[in-house]
Write a protein that binds this ligand. Structure first.
Ligand SMILES: Nc1ncnc2c1ncn2[C@@H]1O[C@H](COP(=O)(O)OP(=O)(O)OP(=O)(O)O)[C@@H](O)[C@H]1O
Ligand SMILES: O=P(O)(O)OC[C@@]1(O)O[C@H](CO)[C@@H](O)[C@@H]1O
Length: 325
């Protein structure tokens, strides 16, 4: 069993820290930091910290690949990126007291040939039982059904596909004839996919259960500080853990995906999956960049995660508060 991550549209994340973001005003920044990112890269980085062997696939602009070379090299992540002419996008993350404002660019435009080249590289490399993480947006020119087609191809080889994307690529994948093993939308992405509001916990649970019944093995809906919902054939759980130190919220969802993959790799129960995924996310919140602390610290967090059943349509918040008492 190996883990392969796929990032068609990586990004260099430039995190700028300000007092207060006011549209239209001149700001003096306190600090600025850059790190190699993009959802699949962040997942690979957290999994490497956890000690799993990972290979990272996708496309990288050859003009500014140095931070990716450094990250992949330092963490011994197998570098399977195809270099293409141009510069990988730089995404702005504006951090102030109210939270993080993301300004994500489109990325390097590609043609069908490039998209097919990446798909062929992964399709050939992946083997039965491998876990393949398809994560992030698709760059301009990449067909929106790219993840749907890859899910079909990889599942036919016996791979377990974990999908974390949004918008049209998510819609295509969930309307395909073969569904991913795992999806992790946040609640806004799930509402967008369904084309309707999910006003409360009961609506979220019902939506996640409907997807699971249609054939997605594990549906995880992340909800920021409200924790996350985990639905599989074993049942429906909600999980939450209060954060300690907050260093950066960027990539918390990716760390959660990494935790889900770590749990899949151990053949974990739904409860262990919820604990590990939440612990990864909260551990990452304490770190700048897509990094985890040492394994013992993550396991200690996993033991502290508050788990509650999310059956019967009760509000998630109520279930979790009851679990905390
Ligand atoms: N403020 C917080 N307090 C406690 N847990 C948090 C907080 N923010 C995030 N988390 C944890 O991280 C998980 C993922 O966060 P979130 O739902 O924001 O993901 P996301 O929208 O996919 O984020 P991103 O795109 O930045 O990776 C949550 O389900 C939760 O477990
Ligand atoms: O534009 P996408 O591909 O949807 O998201 C890209 C991104 O916001 O995702 C990561 C955080 O999850 C960041 O490293 C990166 O900038």
């Amino acid at each position: 069993m190996r883990v392969l991550t796929v990032t068609f549209n990586p990004a260099i994340d430039q995190t700028v820290t300000l007092d207060r973001l006011v549209p239209g005003e001149v700001h003096r920044a306190h600090a600025v930091r850059q790190n190699a990112g993009g959802k699949g890269v962040n997942v690979a980085s957290c999994l490497a910290d956890w000690g799993l062997p990972v290979a990272a696939y996708g496309l990288l602009g050859s003009d500014n690949a140095a931070s990716f070379d450094a990250l992949l090299g330092a963490k011994r992540i197998e570098d399977r990126f195809i270099r293409i002419p141009g510069a990988t996008r730089v995404n702005l993350k504006l951090v102030d007291a109210a939270g993080t404002t993301d300004i994500n660019l489109d990325g390097i435009a590609i043609d069908l040939g490039r998209a097919e080249m990446v798909a062929a590289t992964i399709g050939e490399a992946a083997q039965a039982e491998d876990i393949v993480v398809l994560a992030g947006s698709l760059p301009p020119g990449c067909p929106p059904d790219t993840y749907a087609a890859l899910t079909h191809r990889l599942s036919a080889k016996g791979c377990r596909v974990v999908l974390d994307t949004s918008g049209l690529p998510l819609k295509c994948a969930l309307e395909g004839s073969v569904l991913p093993r795992v999806i992790k939308p946040n609640r806004h992405e799930l509402a967008q996919f369904l084309g309707r509001d999910l006003p409360d916990g009961a609506a979220l649970v019902a939506a996640a259960q409907a997807l699971q019944t249609r054939g997605v093995g594990l549906v995880v809906v992340s909800m920021g500080e409200d924790g996350a919902l985990f639905v599989s054939r074993e049942g429906a759980l909600c999980a939450r853990l209060a954060i300690g130190r907050l260093a950066s919220t960027v990539g918390a969802g990716d760390a959660m995906v990494a935790g889900i993959v770590a749990a899949l790799a151990e053949g974990a129960s739904l409860e262990r999956t919820a604990r590990l995924a939440t612990a990864f996310a909260v551990a990452k919140l304490g770190m700048a960049g897509p990094n985890l602390p040492d394994l013992a610290s993550v396991e200690a967090l996993a033991a502290e995660v508050v788990i509650a059943p999310a059956t019967g349509g009760e509000a998630l918040g109520e279930a979790l508060s009851a679990g905390e008492q």
